[in-house]
Design a protein around this ligand. Structure first.
Ligand SMILES: Nc1nc2c(c(=O)[nH]1)N=C([C@H](O)[C@@H](O)CO)CN2
Length: 119
């Protein structure tokens, strides 16, 4: 199985369950591993045949910047849904970090896997 990945995509958004968190934008980061058969783009050298990581990144930035969820779980789930449905990704692993949310921790967050992992 091939993977196309995006590492530490930084996005500012409204996220959090506390009152103060509804009033300031905080940074989250996204790591994505997306299953994709890269044999076609490798053979044609055409971006149309590839899973375009720039296009995925732009779409997620647009979505996350406009969102205002309470839980990181909800935001992660919605991002995974967009990638799977709009970019035809059969399986993905997504890690959403919220740096600085807990004193003493470098980051907190969630990691989810969705879809069926190809052989
Ligand atoms: N499992 C979760 N726990 C917590 C979340 C969350 O989104 N998922 N959020 C918070 C607060 O918003 C926190 O990030 C502020 O410090 C607490 N626990």
């Amino acid at each position: 199985m091939d993977i196309v990945f995006i590492e530490r995509l930084k996005i500012d958004t409204i996220i959090g369950i506390y009152e103060w968190e509804r009033m300031v934008r905080q940074t989250v980061t996204l790591d994505l591993e997306m299953a994709f058969d890269n044999t076609a783009p490798a053979a044609t050298d055409k971006i149309e045949d590839a899973l375009n990581y720039k296009a995925v990144s732009k779409r997620l930035i647009e979505f996350v910047e406009a969102s205002d969820f309470g839980l990181v779980e909800t935001l992660a789930e919605r991002c995974a849904q967009i990638v799977r449905e709009e970019f035809g990704v059969a399986w993905l692993r997504l890690r959403l970090r919220k740096p600085g949310a807990v004193r003493g921790a470098k980051a907190v967050g969630v990691q989810i896997e969705r879809g069926t992992r190809p052989a």
